[in-house]
Structures are given as structure tokens and as C-alpha cells.
Design a protein around this ligand. Sequence first.
Ligand code: PSV
Ligand code: MN
Length: 386
Amino acid sequence: MLKFSDIADTLGTLAIEVPSWAYGNSGTRFKVFPQKGTPRTPFEKIADAAEVNRVTGLAPAVAIHIPWDKVDDYGDLARHAASLGVKLGTVNSNTFQEEDYKFGSLCHPDAGVRAKAIAHHLQCIEIMNVTGSRDLKIWLADGTNYPGQDDIRSRQERLDDSLAEIYAHLGETQRLVLEYKFFEPAFYHTDVPDWGTSLLHCLALGEKAMVCLDTGHHAPGTNIEFIVAQLLRAGRLGSFDFNSRFYADDDLMVGAADPFQLFRILHEVVRGGGFPGTTVQFMLDQCHNIENHIAGQIRSVLTVQEMLARALLIDREELGAAQRACDPLAANQIMMDAFYTDVRADLADWRAARSLPADPMAAFWAGGYQERIEAGRIGGTQASWT
Ligand code: PSV
Ligand code: MN
């Protein structure tokens, strides 16, 4: 196994995008529990994200969601972010909350609805041009609830055409990342249910189209690290939406359900050349229904860092030798030794050496930020996904 000092510099290149919507109120279809100090505007969401970065040094970018983060001047929002030491990252489109999209958006049988959804994506690209964002992330709620409701094959053709129109508007350095999810809100079929479907569309579009892997979007028992390996082999793993799930798309704090799975995924990312590097964007996609929003994000970025450190500790040469020798016990032990290594004390020293709080969570609670926003954010309408 490698020593912590061997991986310290590599670890320093980790940069995670946090989702603006994680700072707003969220809940289930049963209840949204509001929290004191919740942002009322996208500007306040960015301020909360900057606090996560201030105490962890791990979250220098914020992903935004349109129209949840609609503002009059996106240049202003980008400047506000820069003034707080962060930048605006991935722009997420949203075609799942309007009446017109009841039967789909980019796959809808009606050309008029498809045109509206395409126009929304072109607006997102306009926003990216102003904010300097690289990635347009598309997740579609499109699907059907009943067999025969629509022709599932024609919907794929419509999707191909709609995506091609959007793709044609991307700038040289911009990318389209297509996220998949196996069900919900559609319960019979979903138009982009899995990585294979997403990859097929990306391959048809061109090199600037990549797959987004949300860790909560698979059937129970799915070997996600295998998908990571395949997408990296194909050069099409664009980004991660990290979160945790016990049952379905639970959007819990990263690593809460299965830190070992996160470790295995990150090992495969490192193995496949996805880290260090800039091609694979690490993002969080979460909702903090019962825990403090900002602390929930801090916990999550720290867990990604911890599991990444453990994955980096694997001596891959040693592992390769055990694999070539067909020695499953030795190979597995190399993985498990790294996984069971408690890196928390080393990480605390590592942070202190980089002028970061050794204990970011304690620094957040002691820093007074939460008290300030609770006292200052009175009135207005709290941000929420509803
Ligand atoms: C859909 O469930 C999803 O994972 C997509 O990434 C959306 O943009 C996000 O959640 C909305 O919370
Ligand atoms: Mn997601």
C-alpha cells in the first residue's frame, strides 16, 4: 500500500461541484421541512456554497439549475460567485415542472412541445456563454406510465433529433452531459433509463457529448464501478452526480449508505485515468430533507475526499501483479487494506498544512455563518424545489 505522503499532492487536485439546490429546502412528496436561514435567492445559495468551500477547500464550483436559479443578469451571478472565491459550473436544464411536459419534453409526440424544450436548452447554452460554464447537463423526466401509451421507439428518434439540435449550438469547449435514471417519475418506461442508452445518444451526437452518472439512479445491486470502467474505456464519462441511496433515488449524503461502494467507484475512476484530470467532473446531487443544508454538503465533500484518499492508497502495481498471478485473496486484501485505512488524522494534518481548518465541520459550526444567515435572512420566499 502507498503512504499518505505519496498521495498528498494528487489529493490536492480534487475539486467538487456542489449543487445550488442542495441549499434550498427539500423534502419528499409528503412534506418539505423548512430550515432557518435558507437562501431566498440564487445569490444566497452561492454564498452558502462558498462557505462549504471556505471550510473544506474542496468545492470551488457551484452547479446551477434553470429556472430554479433564474436571475436577470447571469454575469452578475458569476461575479458574485467570483467575489466569494467560487465559480459557476454545470448548467442543469429543467423540463420536468411545467404542464406542457406532462407527456414528455424532448421526446414528446407534439413537435411544438419539443420545440419549447429545445428552446429552453438553447437558453441554457446562452447562460453558459455568459457564466463560462463548460457543461450543459440534461436529465429528462420523459417516459410513459402504461404499455402502449406511446411508441417507445419513435420517442428515441425524437430524442435523437432534439438532442442533435441542442448539440449543434454548443461552443467549441462546451459539452452536453446526458444523465440517465432507471425510473421516476415515469413508472413503465423511461426514455433515458440507463448508461447504454445515454452512451448510444452521445456516440451519435459527437465527441462533446458525454454520459453523466448519478450514483442513485440504478437498480439495487447494480455494479456501478463496472459502468464507470466501461464509460472511461469509451472516453465518455463526463460527470458524476454523487449521492447515496438505500432504496431508490434517495439523494442522501454521499457515502451514507455504502462508503465501500464509493471507494470502489473512485478506485475505478483512478484506474481508468479519470482522476487526476479535468474530463470527469465530480458533482454532488443531493437534497438535505432533515439535516442542515450546509453541514450536509460539508459532510458529503469530505466523504468523497476520504474515500478518494483510500482509493489512491492502493498500490496499483502490486494489485496488478496479484491479478496477473490469479491470486484473488492477495488482490482482494490489497483493496481491503486500503479501504480499511483510516485517513482522517492524515487529512486533518494535510488541511492544516494548506491553511484549511483541520476539522471543517467544527470550523463551520464555530464560525458563526449559520447564526448570521438565520438572523439576516428574514422575509422573502425560501428556495425550494416545490
Ligand atoms: C433527477 O432525479 C436528478 O438526479 C437530476 O440530476 C436533476 O437535475 C436533479 O435530480 C434534480 O434534483
Ligand atoms: Mn442527478
